[in-house]
Ligand binder design. Structure first.
Ligand SMILES: NC(=O)c1ccc[n+]([C@@H]2O[C@H](COP(=O)([O-])OP(=O)(O)OC[C@H]3O[C@@H](n4cnc5c(N)ncnc54)[C@H](O)[C@@H]3O)[C@@H](O)[C@H]2O)c1
Ligand SMILES: O=C(O)C[C@H](O)C(=O)O
Ligand SMILES: [Mn+2]
Length: 540
């Protein structure tokens, strides 16, 4: 095989496999290197989908799809786009959790990721350039693997979340796969199982912390920004003690986004607005309990708080409507170990006669009668029947979102929540669920997963080359998801279905782009055509 032909067949960004035409085969030195019959993309899709269906577990299905991804991006994304609903839980959450836990052992291909080691900082620029090749990188998803979903510290193996999130960007919002780069910052791991494993592919060292850690992150951001100007930098699954710090440091300087804080905040606000659309209630009347006030929990709460203030409450009035519950129970101003994000929402002990007893979720629910309960605690089954029925006893349509991922960590199942509340609960889950048939009604369960918004948000910001991602743009995204579901339908979902992901990603993108223009964060003039022009489609 000539080097030219070999390079073409081994480059997933240009490879078409059996779809290379006779002329292309001549031009690219591929004569005789493929079976003679020239297939169409549709035929390739049909054939690969049939093979996919023969795999009998989700993990086997994912591994098969990743082979296609490694060989031919156009084919992979065409196939994905035709089966979005079916593929999302296989390619992405929850199956991706299995591949992250077993990454080193399952490893066959680096999937064009950039692996940056804290012990090799002189090579950051080289690595980014090597990984990009001649591609113009517009979008990076970076993780340091410390807080992967709810499964914790997986070190370098977290790189799969960067790859997975980027696949969703393309499938949902048509971000050109040639323009993306998954990155992992290998700063060590505190996962003893990995440290003890000879086959673990990352640095066998404990996590770097403090200045050493932050200097490395700074260096990466600085070099990435210089190497790829006009790039959108998405941070994913950093640990609780770093995620918000990093976001606060860069959000007013560069076009950057933290998915767990901001993306989850947007989708949860959208789900709450969808719920209130069904129950015909006002946001400013709600009482909100956050269970698991970490990166996502605090990020969501702040977004809902800001929305209440926007709807007319003073900050002081709004604060009274929020309660944070974490490991310590209800968070008080004198609770030890509050994070900077928890501090503003901690309550004064003097507000309660029984403050000392408010040490768990059950007692807090009994005391404050929430109308909204959002779980980001990683504690499976924490929303017990007792807690849920107590909540439902004091509010007509309790809004209950068990958001912890993957499936095994959810605070409750949608099925139990519908059953325990006699169909009254307005439910959204982090991973796909339902529909649930109860007493003759099909309850459609919304998926409050940031995957429903981050692709459109990124597309909108990139399409108009926005300078920053502002609060206004984020807010606009949260308000873009309404109007798709008919709230009068019995059992209506609180969020639009994943089957329409590509359509509403476009709506989100146009809203976000338009907002950037309005805020003078972009030189573009027409959001709609900018988004249209930026969008990539899987075709030869
Ligand atoms: N659906 C989504 O889009 C989405 C987005 C982001 C995160 N999540 C999920 O949310 C969960 C948390 O993620 P994170 O990034 O915020 O992690 P995190 O570690 O920052 O936060 C988890 C919080 O839960 C608290 N917690 C642990 N045990 C608890 C207990 N027994 N009682 C009360 N609180 C407890 C921790 O102290 C911490 O504050 C994960 O399962 C993740 O998958 C979902
Ligand atoms: O990755 C997901 O499914 C959502 C979220 O970012 C998470 O960390 O759980
Ligand atoms: Mn995440």
């Amino acid at each position: 095989m000539t080097e030219k032909g070999f390079n073409v067949l081994n480059n997933p960004f240009v490879n078409k496999g059996t779809a290379f035409t006779e002329q292309e085969r001549k031009d690219l030195s591929l004569e005789g290197l493929l079976p003679p019959f020239v297939q169409t993309l549709d035929q390739q899709v049909e054939q690969t989908y049939a093979q996919y269906q023969k795999r009998d577990s989700d993990l086997a299905k994912r591994i098969f799809l990743m082979d296609i991804f490694n060989e031919n991006r156009v084919l992979f994304f065409k196939l994905f786009s035709e089966h979005v609903n079916e593929f999302m839980p296989v390619v992405y959450d929850p199956t991706i959790a299995d591949t992250i836990e077993n990454y080193s052992r399952l490893f066959v291909d680096p999937q064009n990721a950039a692996y940056l080691s804290i012990y090799d900082q002189d090579n950051i620029e080289k690595t980014l350039k090597n990984a990009a090749g001649d591609r113009d990188i517009k979008l990076i998803v970076v993780t340091d693997g410390e807080g992967i979903l709810g499964i914790g510290d997986w070190g370098l193996q977290g790189v799969d979340i960067s790859v997975g999130k980027l696949m969703v960007y393309t499938a949902a919002a048509g971000i050109d796969p040639k323009s993306v780069l998954p990155v992992v910052l290998d700063v060590g791991t505190n996962n003893q199982k990995l440290l003890d494993d000879d086959l673990y592919l990352g640095n066998h060292e404990n996590r770097a912390t403090g200045d050493k850690y932050y200097n490395f992150v700074d260096k990466f951001v600085d070099i990435a920004e210089k190497t790829f100007p006009n790039m959108y930098l998405h941070f994913e699954d950093f640990g609780r003690s770093n995620a918000a710090n990093i976001l606060n440091k860069y959000k007013d300087k560069i076009l950057t986004f933290n998915d767990d804080i901001q993306g989850t905040g947007i989708i949860t606000l959208a789900g709450i607005l969808g719920s209130l659309n069904i129950s015909k209630q006002k946001l400013t009347d709600q009482v909100y309990v956050s269970f698991g006030a970490g990166t996502a929990g605090a990020g969501i709460l702040k977004r809902i708080f800001d929305a209440m203030v926007e709807e007319g409450l003073s900050e002081e009035e709004a604060k009274k409507r929020f309660y944070m519950v974490d490991k310590q129970g209800l968070l008080f101003t004198d609770t030890e170990g509050l994070t900077p994000e928890q501090e503003p929402f901690a309550r004064d002990r003097s507000e309660f006669d029984n403050a000392d007893q408010l040490t768990d979720l059950a007692s807090v629910v009994k005391e404050v009668h929430p109308t909204i309960l959002v779980g980001t605690s990683t504690q499976p089954g924490a929303f017990t029947k007792e807690i849920v029925t107590e909540m439902a006893a004091h509010t007509e349509r309790p809004i209950i979102f068990p958001l912890s991922n993957p499936t095994k960590l959810a605070e409750a199942t949608a099925n139990d929540l519908i059953k325990w509340t006699d169909g009254k609960a307005l439910v959204a889950t982090g991973v796909p669920a339902g529909p649930i048939n109860y007493n003759g009604v099909d309850y459609n369960i919304g998926q409050a997963n940031n995957a429903l918004v981050y692709p459109g948000l990124g597309l909108g910001a990139l399409a108009v080359n926005a300078k920053l991602l502002s609060d206004g743009m984020i807010n606009r995204a949260a308000h873009s998801l309404g109007g798709i579901v008919d709230p009068e339908q019995p059992g209506a979902a609180v969020l639009p279905p994943v089957t329409k992901l590509d359509q509403f990603s476009l709506t989100v993108a146009e809203g976000v782009a338009d907002q950037a223009i309005k805020e003078n964060l972009s030189d573009s003039t027409d959001a709609k055509s900018a988004v249209e022009d930026f969008k990539w489609e899987p075709k030869y």
